[in-house]
Write a protein of this length. Structure first.
Length: 356
C-alpha cells in the first residue's frame, strides 16, 4: 500500500506503508544512530514525535529484548529500507509486526537523506503520514501548522510508584518518561530504586528519606511542566544528592531561574561528542532532545557549566554550587561508547556516600 509523508512546507514524500494504516500528524525529527532502533522506538522521550532514521537499513536484527519501556512511544516511524527478514539469534520477531502490534504507522522507501537535509536546513517541522492517495494539501497544511505536542509527560510516566530492590543506597527516581536502563544502572550498583510518578509531591519524596534523587529524561517542551518545576524547587532545597538526566537536567535549570530554547533540529543519535570541562576529556554520548538550556541564564553563583557539546557548543550539563547536585543533557545510561559516560553513575554513588 502506498503511503505519503507530507511536511508543513508542502514537501511530499511517497513511499510504502509499514505498520498501522492510520493517519497521524506529528513533529518530524531524525535520529542518526546506526543501530538501536528498538531502543529509539521504546524511548518515552519520543512521545508526540515521528522519527526518521538516517541509517538506510532498519530492522535487520529484528526485535530483541532491548526495550527501554513496555511499549513504543513515537507517533510514526520513517525509514529508507525496512528489512523484512531479520537475522539475529536474539530476534523475537520482525519490526513490521512490532509496528503493527504497537499501532504505529510508518513509511518506508523514501529518501531519508533528502528529508534530513530539509529538517537541518529549515528546522524541525510538523508532518503527516497518510495512506490516503486523494489527500488535499490545502486542507492538511493548516492542521500541520496547528499541531502542538502538548503535555506528554503525564502520558508517559508510571501510574503508581514501584520498587526495584537493592542492598545499597535508597534512590528516588522521578519518572518523567524514564528509560528502563536508568533504573537498571542504579540497581546494578546495588541501589534500591523507588520509581515515582511525575506528579508526586516533593514532600512525599523528602519524607521517604532517600539517600539520592534521580530526575529522569522525558518528552516535550520543558517549560510546560510548571507544577513539576515547583516541586523540583523544593527538592533543590532539601540537600538530598540529586543527579538529573536530559529533561530532568532542563527542569532543574528552570527551577533555578534559567531559560530553555528550542534547537533548530535537535540532537538525536548515538554519536554526539560532549566535553567534560572538569577533566578535559571528550565522550561519545547518546542524545535525544529538541530543547537546550541557555547556560548564560543560570547564575554563576548557582551553578557552573560542567559539559558542553563539542559540535555546537550548547550546554550539556551543570555542577551546582554548594549543593550535591549535578545534571547532564545526554544519556549516560545508553552506553553508545559503550561505557564512556557510565562513570557519572559512579560519581552519583560517591556523592550519596559523602552526604551521609
Amino acid at each position: 500500500m502506498k503511503a505519503f509523508l507530507i511536511l508543513e512546507d508542502k514537501t511530499v514524500f511517497s513511499g510504502i506503508s509499514i505498520g498501522s494504516k492510520k493517519d497521524i500528524i506529528s513533529e518530524i525529527v531524525f535520529n542518526t544512530s546506526m543501530t538501536g532502533y528498538l531502543e529509539v522506538l521504546t524511548d518515552p522521550s519520543y512521545a508526540g514525535q515521528a522519527v526518521a532514521m538516517t541509517y538506510p537499513l532498519i530492522g535487520n536484527y529484528g526485535i530483541t529484548p532491548d526495550m527501554e519501556s513496555k511499549k513504543a512511544w513515537p507517533d510514526g516511524f520513517i525509514v529508507r529500507e525496512l528489512s523484512r527478514i531479520p537475522s539475529n539469534f536474539r530476534s523475537e520477531g520482525t519490526i513490521q509486526d512490532f509496528l503493527t502490534t504497537q499501532d504505529i504507522p510508518g513509511i518506508a522507501g523514501i529518501d531519508t537523506r533528502a528529508l534530513t537535509k530539509i529538517l537541518r536546513e529549515k528546522g524541525t517541522m510538523n508532518g503527516m503520514i497518510t495512506t490516503n492517495e486523494n489527500y488535499d494539501l490545502e486542507e492538511i497544511i493548516p492542521k500541520l501548522k496547528a499541531y502542538k505536542i502538548g503535555d506528554v509527560v503525564s502520558k508517559v510516566t508510571c501510574k503508581e510508584k514501584y520498587v526495584l530492590p537493592g542492598d545499597g543506597p535508597k534512590v528516588a527516581l522521578m519518572d518523567y518518561g524514564a528509560k528502563k536502563n536508568i533504573a537498571k544502572s542504579l540497581n546494578d550498583r546495588g541501589c534500591e530504586v523507588t520509581v515515582y510518578p511525575a506528579s508526586t509531591k516533593a514532600t512525599e519524596i523528602i519524607e521517604a528519606n532517600p539517600e539520592g534523587i534521580m530526575l529522569s529524561n522525558g518528552p516535550g517542551d520543558p517549560e510546560t511542566n510548571v507544577q513539576i518545576i515547583e516541586e523540583i524547587k523544593q527538592l533543590y532545597q532539601s540537600d538530598i544528592p540529586i543527579f538529573a538526566i536530559c529533561l530532568g537536567h532542563q527542569l532543574m535549570a528552570l527551577a533555578n531561574g534559567a531559560k530553555t530554547y528550542k534547537l533548530k533540529y535537535g540532537h538525536r543519535g548515538g554519536n554526539h561528542p560532549v566535553k567534560d570541562l572538569e577533566n578535559g576529556r571528550v565522550y561519545i554520548s547518546s542524545q535525544n532532545h529538541g530543547y537546550a538550556v541557555d547556560g548564560s541564564t543560570l547564575g554563576t553563583e548557582v551553578a557552573e557549566e560542567a559539559f558542553i557539546n563539542v559540535n555546537d557548543k550548547t550546554n550539556e550539563g551543570f555542577a551546582y554550587k554548594n549543593k550535591n547536585i549535578f545534571t547532564v543533557q545526554f544519556h549516560p545510561e545508553a552506553a553508545p561508547g559503550p561505557l564512556d559516560s557510565g562513570y557519572l553513575f559512579d560519581r552519583f554513588m560517591d556523592m550519596m556516600k559523602g552526604a551521609k
